[in-house]
Design a protein around this ligand. Sequence first.
Ligand SMILES: Nc1nc2c(ncn2[C@@H]2O[C@H](COP(=O)(O)OP(=O)(O)OP(=O)(O)O)[C@@H](O)[C@H]2O)c(=O)[nH]1
Ligand SMILES: [Mg+2]
Length: 371
Amino acid sequence: MASSSALTSEGSKKKPVVIITIGMAGSGKTTFVQRINSYLNSLSPPSPPYKLNLDPAVINVPFDPNIDIRDTIDFKEVMKQYNLGPNGGILTALNLFATKFDQVLNLMEKRSDTVDYMILDTPGQIEIFTWSASGAIITDAVASSFPTVVAYIIDTPRTAAPATFMSNMLYACSILYKTKLPFILVFNKTDVTSPEPMLEWMRDFEEFQKALTSEGHRDADGEPTYMNSLMNSMSLVLDEFYKELKAVPVSSYTGAGIPEFFKAVEAARQEYETEYLPELARVTQERASDRKLAEKKEESLNRFMKDLSVDSKRSQFEKWSSVDEEVEEDDYDDDGEYIDRSEEKGPVPMIDIGKVRKPGTAGEHINWPKP
Ligand SMILES: Nc1nc2c(ncn2[C@@H]2O[C@H](COP(=O)(O)OP(=O)(O)OP(=O)(O)O)[C@@H](O)[C@H]2O)c(=O)[nH]1
Ligand SMILES: [Mg+2]
């Protein structure tokens, strides 16, 4: 049942928000989905989400998915049949699933009146979803039908070092620019490691510089190494990126931070409506006018080709008809017999030599070669 916050100003039901969980292998995506699922079920009134498992290789799913890729595709069979390794198998399974995604979207549309959230759990290997055609197809299809937000799950304990933090952020940055969707950085596993230093690095560029320096990226002369310079420059780029983002610390184990995560999701819904949707409409219109222009070009080209062929037919015809006219009076021979020219090939101008030789005609004085 839809909660009151899920109603539009006209009192009708708002579309559910789709949360796509993406993150490095083992960052806690599946556990996070399970945690938000139990949180939504514990609300009063409960708001059970619609859950999709897109990981074909997972053995145990702790939540009960409404749609499970494993029901339609046997990932081990895909590996066998296509002679693939585990990652190729997962990628091919996802590609096969994407070909039927219109049906999945129909099922989601059917349930959209009864749920407030739809959650997608993605495969462990992040690049399989983020850099594959099928990942893009699924993301674009969902985002063009529902308000959609990417929850980028960060393994906080494994991201505590400045270098790993930066590479994780660069990855997040690339996904943000690829999907252009509202983006939430979810610092998971905060029960193990506090994300505070990392949040400080995001707020204050100089703090990150300090952390880099204390890591000791200096050469024998005490000068920063090329690695340090590279990281310094990249951190400047990322500084811009951080301004676009909301970061929420959570623990999928204890449930800490989950209500804050849903506040960020509500803000992301607004962002989707004010920024993503108009951009989507603009791109769609641009594509439609590009298509119209291409159609118009093709149409005028076709017309031109048609005219050209009509012209060439006409000129052929005129050639023939002028010849006909020319020989009209010569269609009969001297004995009044009709000359059968059916064996003549093509519009070769025909001259009745016999006639021009006749005395008193135009060719009277011509010296015709004697046979
Ligand atoms: N301490 C702690 N451990 C967590 C938390 N969330 C997940 N884990 C553990 O992290 C490990 C990986 O969790 P998963 O939920 O399977 O991670 P995943 O990102 O779905 O993994 P793949 O799908 O294989 O990439 C498991 O051992 C979890 O128990 C958390 O908030 N705190
Ligand atoms: Mg998982």
